[in-house]
Design a protein around this ligand. Structure first.
Ligand SMILES: CC(C)(COP(=O)(O)OP(=O)(O)OC[C@H]1O[C@@H](n2cnc3c(N)ncnc32)[C@H](O)[C@@H]1OP(=O)(O)O)[C@@H](O)C(=O)NCCC(=O)NCCS
Length: 181
C-alpha cells in the first residue's frame, strides 16, 4: 500500500464503518461535503458492499504511521468518476478525526492521492470541488498544486445562505513540472 512520511493508505475495511458513521453524521464535517442527510448503518453497509463492483472509483483509508497503534485511522480519501477515455477523474478527502486536522495530514494524503491518480491510474486530469467558505480545504488544495478553474455561483445552500462552489484541478503536466522543481 502507498506510504508517505507520516501516513499510509489502507484498503477500506468493513470495520471502519463505525468511524465513517461518526464522521459523516457530524455537522462540523458534513458542512463541507455534499452529503447532508443523516447516514444510517444500513446505507453505509450497502454503499460499502457495492464498492467492490465499481470500476469508476477507488477508496482509501488514511492510517497514521504509528508503531504503537498501527490501526489508527484518521480519515479517508478517494478518486471518483474515473473516465478512461478522457483520462480524467475527480477526488475527495476527509480527515475525520478532528484532532488530526490542520496538522498537514490532509496535504500529505492529497499528494499521495494525486501521485496514485497520475502514476497508477494513468489519469491526465484530477478535479475537485470545494465550497467557498471552506478556506482550509482551498488552501490545502492550492498547496499541493490544484488551481482554481471556475465557480458555480450560489450552488450550495447552507445554513440559510448560498455559497459558490469552486472547481479546481491539477493536470499531469502541472504535477510533473512541480515534482521536477
Ligand atoms: C480539508 C482537509 C482535508 C484539510 O486537511 P488538513 O490536514 O486539515 O489540512 P493541512 O494541515 O494539510 O493544511 C491546511 C492548510 O490550511 C490552513 N488553515 C487551517 N485552518 C484554516 C482556516 N480556518 N482558515 C484558513 N486556512 C486554514 C493551514 O494553515 C494550512 O495551510 P499552510 O500549511 O499553508 O499553513 C481537512 O481539514 C478536512 O477533512 N476537513 C473537513 C472535511 C472537508 O472539508 N473535506 C474537504 C471537502 S472539499
Amino acid at each position: 500500500m502507498l506510504k508517505g512520511k507520516r501516513i499510509k493508505f489502507a484498503p477500506l475495511d468493513r470495520k471502519h464503518i463505525d468511524k465513517f458513521l461518526k464522521w459523516f453524521n457530524d455537522p462540523e464535517i458534513t458542512q463541507y461535503l455534499m452529503m447532508y442527510k443523516p447516514l444510517t448503518r444500513d446505507w453505509e453497509e450497502e454503499w460499502f458492499n457495492a464498492l467492490k463492483n465499481r470500476e469508476d472509483t477507488v477508496h482509501f483509508s488514511i492510517v497514521l504511521l504509528d508503531e504503537d497503534d498501527p490501526e489508527k485511522i484518521i480519515g479517508n480519501c478517494a478518486i471518483h468518476n474515473i473516465n478512461p477515455k478522457n483520462r480524467a477523474c475527480s477526488c475527495g478527502i476527509t480527515i475525520g478525526e478532528k484532532e488530526y486536522q490542520s496538522k498537514g495530514y490532509g496535504a500529505e494524503a492529497m499528494e499521495m492521492l494525486i501521485e496514485y491518480g497520475f502514476n497508477t491510474l494513468n489519469m491526465n486530469r484530477i478535479e475537485l470541488t470545494v465550497y467557498d467558505f471552506n478556506t482550509r480545504a482551498y488552501k490545502t488544495y492550492q498547496k499541493v498544486g490544484f488551481v482554481e478553474e471556475g465557480r458555480k455561483r450560489q450552488a450550495r445552500y447552507h445554513n440559510g445562505k448560498y455559497y459558490d462552489e469552486i472547481i479546481m484541478a491539477i493536470l499531469k503536466e502541472d504535477w510533473e513540472k512541480r515534482t521536477r522543481e
